[in-house]
Each structure stands twice: as structure tokens, then as C-alpha cells.
Design a protein around this ligand. Structure first.
Ligand SMILES: Cc1ncc(COP(=O)(O)O)c(C=O)c1O
Length: 400
């Protein structure tokens, strides 16, 4: 925990550093990012790390991570068009983590694979496999696919996990694996199981001690169950003569647990690098806020309220106050409950004395979504602005 004077110094440093940049702007603190890279690498020493591009949405940042070397290898993309865009930017081993149905899109992927690119499509049912196989057959190419297993847990009255893959039993999983095996136009390259209820749910949210306790118990149960299921299902696959190149699991919030699973060969990590506020309430996560945005104070409606221009950058997911951006510098700044972060005006409650034109620095609730609101990240390191990285939006790219 940083002291008040360190926080004040941090605010003053950023204030000085960015004094000539028109607000609002987004920034990336390279020193904090490097710290997060070190933390991720120290946790998953024995696994490869696939970078979740949706949580970065900035090609130079993805390239920066990859050039730091092992264990970073491969990208988890969120749409086929994004994978093609990254491929054109020289990146490869692109796993599209969510199924693609659009025929023209699958066709474009088939053409890229034909040219020697590695783009892997996600499947979770026979229809997915058959559609990809028929397009691949037409193009005379064999497309690599990844089978998505459902790792959610259903209790009476509670579904703990996400509703994505229908493959929740070994039989159903093996059935689709068999369809892939029997096709001459697709091949099983990987298996993915995303334990969202472990990776995406914090167990240390303030003011809910009982719920936190329940979440901890459920997460513990899920970690054991995921590990057992993954092993059983992958063993069953190999008995059928199928040995995928990679077994992908996890995310930022489950890194240390997933890293202990022998069956898993690679872990996906994205959010850890920017470290947005949704990851503040996990017991064992210690990442540094590396990305954020600054708004300008343009009004003072009261002595303890400063109103800024812009700010309504709300995160996706079940709507709630945890999806709002949070002012973090100066320390003690908070949003006004009745207004939240507004489309054009965001009032901030703050005791310390600031002036019109001063910045207030915020963190987004989610990682990559920040980049959908800004064309570039102003990159700082060692007390200086060292670069400007175009975001996807800055490159005119918009995928979802
Ligand atoms: C399939 C999949 N794997 C992994 C992740 C983890 O990403 P992050 O590290 O950004 O939390 C996600 C996030 O939504 C996901 O959908």
C-alpha cells in the first residue's frame, strides 16, 4: 500500500509529465507494465503464455510483450477479422477464442492458412466443424481447430461460470473430437477450457464478507474439479489417438492455480498487463495500474467537487458500479454516486485543492476496452514521454 505522500508525488509527477498533452488522453506506464510482465513470468515459469489481445487492443503493446521472449508465445484473438489484422501486422499463432460462423470470414482464414499462417478456429459442436470443413475442402486446405470444453459448474439455483461451450460431458466432448478426427479438412490443434468462475471472479470485494467466503469455497471446488476434468478428458482423447499441440486454460485471475495443472500446456493472460480495477479484489493478485486515462477539470460546482469533461467509459458485463472507471490520482478522489461517469461531464468528489485545467487520472474497469475510446496510448517511462502507441481504434480497426 502506497503512503499518501507517495500518491501525491505520483500525481504531481504525472501532472508535470503530461502538462502539454490535450485532455482527455489515455496513457501506458511502461515501468508499471514491465513490473506486471515480471510478475506474470514469475508465476507461470513452466507454462507458455498466450497473450489475450482483447485485453490490450494495441499492436505495439502485443509486440512489446512478445519481444520480451519466453514464455510469451501466441495470441488469443477475439474475432477472425482481428486475427487476420494481426497476421497482416506480422503476428502468428493466432487462436480465435470464440466460434466464427460467417462464411466469408472462414474463407479468408482458409486463404491465410493456405499462405502458411497459423490461425486456429474455435469449435464446440458438429455444426461448427462441418461448416469449417466444407469451406476448407473447397479451398483445398486443412484448417486447425481448437475444441472448447465447458468448465462451468451448475448447482441448483446457481450456475457458477459462463454460458459458452455446450461440451459439459466427456461423451459430448469426444463426439465432436471424433467428428474432427474423421474430417480430412480440419485437424484438432488444441483444446481450450476457460474456468471463468475462477479467473474472472474476485473473492475480496469490499463490504460483502459472506459472499466473499462463499466465492472462495466455490472457487476452491472449481479449481479441483477443472484439474480433474481436464486430465480425464485429455487422457481420453489420447486413448483415441488424438494429441493436441496445446491445452489452453486460465486467465489473469486464475494464473497461479492454472499454472499448477500438469495437463495445461499454456495459460492465457491479458488483463494482468494493464491491470484494470476489476482485478483489484483478488486475494493473490498484485499487479500495478499500468494503463489509464486523464480528464480535465473544467468546472468547480462546489468546493469539494470538480467536474471534468468526458469520462463515461463504462465496462461491459453485468451492469453495476464495478463497471465504472475509477479516479485514482489524486488519492481520495471518488465518483458521485448519482451521476457516475458521464457521457460529457464527470463530477469527482475530492478534498484536496485543485484548479481548472488540472488533470484527474482514472483507471478503466476492464483492460482492453479503454483502447476503444482513444486513438493512442501516450507511453511514459522513467519520468518522460517515450512513445505514442496507436490503439486498434487509432489504426481504424474495430472488431466488436
Ligand atoms: C477464453 C478466454 N480465455 C482467457 C481469458 C482471460 O483473459 P484476461 O487475462 O484478460 O482476464 C478470457 C477473458 O475473457 C477468455 O474469454
Amino acid at each position: 500500500m502506497l503512503s499518501d505522500s507517495t500518491h501525491n508525488q505520483h500525481y504531481m509527477d504525472y501532472h508535470k509529465l503530461f502538462c502539454n498533452i490535450p485532455k482527455p488522453f489515455a496513457f501506458l506506464d511502461l515501468d508499471q507494465l514491465n513490473e506486471n510482465i515480471r510478475t506474470v513470468k514469475s508465476i507461470c515459469r513452466n507454462k507458455a503464455v498466450r497473450i489475450a489481445s482483447k485485453s490490450l487492443r494495441c499492436v505495439p503493446v502485443i509486440q512489446y510483450l512478445l519481444q520480451t521472449g519466453s514464455p510469451f508465445q501466441g495470441i488469443m484473438c477475439y474475432t477472425a477479422s482481428e486475427a487476420l489484422f494481426l497476421s497482416k501486422n506480422g503476428l502468428d499463432d493466432l487462436l480465435v477464442a470464440y466460434p466464427v460462423w460467417d462464411e466469408a470470414m472462414i474463407h479468408s482464414v482458409a486463404c491465410a492458412v493456405k499462405e502458411g499462417k497459423t490461425i486456429i478456429l474455435m469449435v464446440d459442436c458438429d455444426e461448427h466443424v462441418e461448416r469449417i470443413a466444407s469451406i476448407a475442402h473447397r479451398e483445398k486446405v486443412v484448417l486447425p481447430v481448437c475444441l472448447d470444453m465447458d468448465l462451468s459448474v451448475s448447482f441448483p439455483m446457481l450456475h457458477f461460470g459462463v454460458y459458452r461451450s455446450p461440451l459439459s460431458t466427456l461423451d459430448a466432448f469426444l463426439q465432436v473430437a471424433k467428428t474432427i478426427h474423421e474430417s480430412r479438412s480440419v485437424r484438432l490443434d488444441g483444446v481450450m477450457g476457460y474456468e471463468a468462475q475462477v479467473a474472472g471472479v474476485g473473492e475480496q470485494t469490499p463490504y460483502q464478507p459472506l459472499k466473499n467466503l462463499l466465492i472462495r469455497l466455490l472457487k476452491k471446488h472449481s479449481v479441483r474439479r477443472c484439474s480433474r476434468i481436464r486430465k480425464e478428458w485429455i487422457d481420453a482423447l489420447s486413448q483415441e489417438g488424438l494429441t493436441p499441440r496445446f491445452i489452453n486454460g486460465g486467465g489473469t485471475g486464475s494464473l497461479s492455480e492454472t499454472a499448477k495443472e500438469e495437463t495445461v500446456t499454456e495459460i492465457t493472460v491479458g488483463s494482468a498487463f494493464y491491470s484494470p480495477t476489476l482485478f483489484d479484489h483478488y486475494r493473490n493478485l498484485h499487479y500495478q495500474p499500468a494503463a489509464g486515462f486523464a480528464l480535465e477539470i473544467t468546472r468547480k460546482p462546489r468546493s469539494d467537487v470538480y467536474t471534468c469533461t468526458g469520462g463515461g467509459y463504462i465496462a461491459s458485463g453485468a451492469a453495476g458500479s464495478d463497471r465504472l472507471p475509477r479516479p485514482f490520482l489524486p488519492k481520495g478522489a471518488s465518483l458521485v454516486k448519482m451521476e457516475g461517469a458521464g457521457e460529457v461531464q464527470t463530477p469527482v468528489r475530492l478534498k484536496s485543492k485543485l484548479h481548472l485545467g488540472d488533470p484527474i487520472f482514472f483507471r478503466h474497469a476492464k483492460a482492453g476496452e479503454l483502447c476503444e475510446h482513444f486513438n493512442e496510448l501516450i507511453v511514459v517511462s522513467n519520468g518522460a514521454i517515450v512513445d505514442r502507441f496507436p490503439t486498434y481504434r487509432g489504426e481504424g480497426a474495430c472488431f466488436l
